[in-house]
Design a protein around this ligand. Sequence first.
Ligand code: COA
Ligand code: ZN
Length: 303
Amino acid sequence: MRFPESVDLREVGMRDGLQLEAPIATDAKLRMLDAIVATGVRRIEVTSFVSPSAVPALADADAMAAELHNWPDASFSALVANLKGAHRAVDAGLRDLEYVVSASDGHSLANARRTTDQALAAVGEIASVAHQVGGRCEVIIATAWDCPFDGRTAPSRVVDAARRAVEDGADKLCLGDTIGTVAPGRVVSLVSAVRAAVPAVDVGVHFHNTRGTGLACVLAAVDLGVTSIDASVGGVGGCPFAPGASGNIATEEVVYMLTESGVATGLDLQAVLDAAAVVEKEVGHPLASNLYRAGGPNRPRGR
Ligand code: COA
Ligand code: ZN
């Protein structure tokens, strides 16, 4: 395998992690965020500016944004699903946006009440909202491999969406395995196809561990040289508009696997486990992460 020296993880527990949970208080989220910043992670997707009736758990996006000045060294971004959300996000002081576009019409309609084509038509305006404040717009292509409504997503739909998003102003792309079905073979083929279509743009990956293949998919992507990887502390997460969706790949498991394989993440594993303990307390149920439940790496102690 040909691993890069380092990867650039993005912590998505505050957004993807919490959106499927019962709403928790802003104060509790700020305690989580403080623990997450302490892990050393450089990029944090902190919330989403979507309809509060669609995602009640993130209805406090403005209140969260107002507190971000407390962590001046972290880099925060927010997810949006329409132009209104993009305006709300920059008005709240965020500059970097993730705009989600589902590659399948079924999920796109359930998630954002518009087809893939209609969602792509908004990339230009949303990217320019970010660019006007000196920020960047990443397009997250959701259901890139499989859709809970439409079945397998044709790779050509993803490649076409990627090309169009970049033509219309996306600075970066991320391929999302929204329902946690993909295995390494299809990761390699789709990432390769998308990179060939938009060679000038960084392509990241976003996996869920629903069927136990999440870490294997990370390794396959890293072997291709992908360095932008999403994960959530404790493995919380999932899309409320994708039946059967479950947790993201756990940040601590990605950090453990990559560090032990000689790939630097910049995160402190013990600090990630400490953050997972905070997340577990605040969400109020046991976390999915195997590494967290095992109590950490349990290396032999020196005498
Ligand atoms: N922020 C806050 N409110 C918003 C909003 C936003 N970004 N976009 C729309 N709304 C409000 C509208 O003001 C309107 O409110 P009203 O009923 O009080 O007038 C209501 O939501 C419906 O607006 P409309 O434009 O008709 O949107 P919709 O009902 O077609 O819903 C979305 C479309 C995109 C707003 C909604 O489906 C959504 O927010 N989805 C989020 C999906 C998500 O976050 N998924 C998880 C991440 S993948
Ligand atoms: Zn997700």
